[in-house]
Design a protein around this ligand. Structure first.
Ligand SMILES: [Zn+2]
Length: 357
């Protein structure tokens, strides 16, 4: 018997009894409780509140963003903003997807279950093929918090990353990112859970999906210690995660990024992948953004290094960096420049200090 059929003719007390029974069954399932004696009226009142809260705990859907074609079979769902806000519901990380003979491969499905669901809706406007794989370039939450939507829609789907990336997400970082997204978006991302990568890849691997190949590169520590760069073979497109950020200066702190290793990694990328169009998760894809990132890293590190060697203070080093014509030009289109330039210089300064010791 369906509950609402019975409530139609059951009045007063009987109706309450039925609602109580439904609630009791629900709570027993939720809590794994079998002893009915625990179900006092107070407990049931609490349970009813908890049930209502549980239903409300899913942030609003994210508005559609039509995919843009980058190359044959390669698309992006572009994030307009470079930082999360309540207005953009945490959508500040562009998603790439590749349509292959076998199905769709989604790379870095952005920062919430709601954004992941939007991405799946948008992929369906381009192809009927199912999504068959997800790849996460690194452990920052805005690159994997959308995984949940894909794992829900395509049970058992492989989610690829470096082993260390998956471990970082499973440890403290996962929780931190879930909390941070809630705070930055005024709870728009609520309902998002940690779904870590389940299949490990490393630099030098090649993933094959029918006639499409994705070459996996790891050029060393740059933005994090475990950044992957993904070459979509046969197209000009290279997904660089956050190794290049196109006029954005987030991260690098807490031993995540490195200027010394980063400059080496970026130069190795230039040597390995000449003439490519680099797709950053924050900003616009273009060939010139790699040279610009190398120039940015070198401007900051070389200046901080010179300042440190000349016994100048960290504050003086920052002033020297800010006085560079390249930095003044770079600042013009970099929304977080004023907040970040001092932090980046101090990280470079400390690296230089260690290197010169
Ligand atoms: Zn990142």
């Amino acid at each position: 018997m369906k509950p609402n059929q019975s409530t139609q003719f059951a009045g007063g007390k009987a109706e309450h009894t039925l609602q109580d029974k439904v609630r009791r069954d629900l709570m027993k399932r939720l809590l794994g409780i079998t002893a009915v004696s625990l179900m006092t009226p107070e407990f049931l009142a609490q349970a009813a509140l908890a049930d209502t809260a549980a239903k409300a705990v899913m942030g609003p859907a994210v508005p559609d963003v039509q995919p843009t074609k980058l190359a044959d079979g390669v698309y992006t769902i572009h994030a307009h903003d470079k930082f999360p806000t309540p207005a953009n519901q945490g959508f500040f990380t562009s998603i790439m997807f590749v349509v292959t003979d076998k199905g769709v491969v989604a790379i870095d499905p952005s920062a919430s279950v709601q954004i992941g669901r939007m991405a799946i809706r948008m992929i369906k406007t381009v192809t009927d093929k199912p999504v068959i794989a997800v790849i996460n370039t690194h452990y920052h939450g805005d690159h994997w918090m959308g995984n949940q939507a894909f794992a829900d829609a395509y049970p058992g789907i492989p989610i690829y990353s470096m082993k260390e990336t998956a471990e970082s997400i499973q440890n403290v970082l996962g929780e931190e990112w879930i909390k941070m997204a809630l705070k930055m978006t005024d709870n728009a991302t609520v309902g998002t859970k940690i779904v870590p990568p389940n299949t490990y890849i490393k630099g030098g691997d090649e993933l094959t999906f029918g006639s499409t190949k994705i070459k996996v590169h790891h050029f060393g520590q740059c933005h994090t210690p475990y950044d992957l760069v993904l070459e979509i073979v046969g197209t000009p497109i290279v997904h660089v995660g956050d190794v290049i950020m196109d006029h954005r200066m987030a991260g690098m702190g807490d031993n995540e990024g490195s200027f010394i290793h980063g400059i080496a990694a970026l130069k190795k990328m230039k040597e390995t992948l000449p003439g490519k169009t680099f797709f950053p998760c924050h900003g616009d894809p273009a060939p010139h953004i790699l040279d610009e990132e190398i120039a940015l890293f070198e401007a900051i590190y070389n200046t901080a290094n010179a300042a440190q060697a000349a016994d100048k203070s960290m504050g003086e080093a920052t002033a020297m960096v800010k006085a560079l014509p390249f930095m003044q030009e770079y600042a013009k289109n970099t929304p977080d420049y004023e907040d970040s330039v001092g932090k980046w210089t101090s990280i470079a300064y400390l690296e230089a200090q260690q290197a010169n010791f």
